[in-house]
Every structure is written in structure tokens, then in C-alpha cells.
Design a protein around this ligand. Sequence first.
Ligand SMILES: Cc1cc2nc3c(=O)[nH]c(=O)nc-3n(C[C@H](O)[C@H](O)[C@H](O)COP(=O)(O)O)c2cc1C
Length: 190
Amino acid sequence: MSYTVTIFYGSIRANRAGIRAAYYIQSKIEERQIKVNFIDPLDYPLPFLDKMYKEYEAGSAPENMQKIADFLVASDGFVIVTGEYNHSIPPVLKNLLDHYQSEYFYKPSAIVSYSAGAFGGVRSAVHLRSILAELGMPSIPRTLPIPKVSINFNESGITDNQSILKSTNKFLDEFEWYLEALKTQRLKQV
Ligand SMILES: Cc1cc2nc3c(=O)[nH]c(=O)nc-3n(C[C@H](O)[C@H](O)[C@H](O)COP(=O)(O)O)c2cc1C
């Protein structure tokens, strides 16, 4: 079975570090011959939420909002790369996620969290899980917490940390299982 996955990354800070983790997971997913749509909010800026995508007449949503919607509709699952801002997710990420709804339904999500410190953003991952459940894209059991993000990765998202590499394999194996399971089920419904 072939898959398309959308990666969300949620920081627009000038000195953002998590982009390294986002590039890393993109390359690891692509190594598995899975197509990736990569949403960097610097490339696809959205306004603070006024109208959700579904509230626009067909064809009248702002260009970036429409492009993201097209990515989501074409996706079989989602990888959310979240930093930890005061034990929760970055506001840009929440704003991005909140613009959409049915585009996520019956598709699995997977959480990559990171932080500058030792805990790998696990508290934001816990918070994000309940948001993803509400959005209709339940998250897989494993998460991929990445500590000391700017030490563990170079600017291109490359790491030689064996522990991260090993965890990533298990994480993506599990994600692929859910991609297949939910896609099989969705295909029965058309
Ligand atoms: C507003 C803000 C709040 C933060 N809160 C936490 C926190 O609660 N726990 C933590 O481990 N790191 C926290 N940090 C540090 C971030 O883990 C670190 O800056 C990380 O690189 C942020 O992601 P970004 O660089 O992709 O924006 C915070 C950083 C910012 C800017």
C-alpha cells in the first residue's frame, strides 16, 4: 500500500530549533518511500483563526488555507512536530490545527515532541494527544520525544544519536501499522 503523510511543524520564531527535528522526521519517513507534504508555517502563514476552512464557500478560502486543505485531504496520516511552550504546544501550531476538521477524520497521527532541555517536550506531547483525539486523528501509542534538539541534530536535521535513531524506527513501524489499518478501513467505505 502507498501512503501520503503531512508533517506539521509549529514554530515561526526567528531562532527556532525544532525545524531540525521536523527535517529529520521528514527524511526518515521519505526513506520508507512515503510521500511527505511538509507544512512549515513560515511557508504557509495563516491568520489568527477567524473562519475555519469549512466556513468558506468552495473555492473562496485564502490561497495558503486552500493549499493546506489539499495536502490534508490527500493524506493518509499526520505527523505533528511540537515544541514545548509552557508545558503545552506552540500557539502557531494550535492555530494551524484548528483551521481544519473533517480533513483529519479516520486518519492516524503521530507525535514528535522536542525541547531544548532533557525532557524532550513530553508535557506538550501529553497535551497534544487530547487535542488530536478531539480533531478526529487519534495518535498512535508511541511518541518520539527528542531532548536537547539543537545539540542532537545539525541544521539539516541529521543526527548520530543511536538512541534517537532506534526509537525512530520503532515509532515509524508503529505509525505504518496504523496507516495501513485505517486506510484499509477507509477504503471499505468508498
Ligand atoms: C514561550 C516558550 C516557552 C517555553 N516553555 C518550555 C517548557 O515549558 N518546557 C521546556 O522544556 N522548554 C520550554 N521552552 C524552551 C523550548 O523547548 C525551546 O526554546 C525550543 O527550541 C522551542 O521550539 P522552537 O525553537 O522550534 O520554537 C520554551 C520556549 C519558549 C519560547
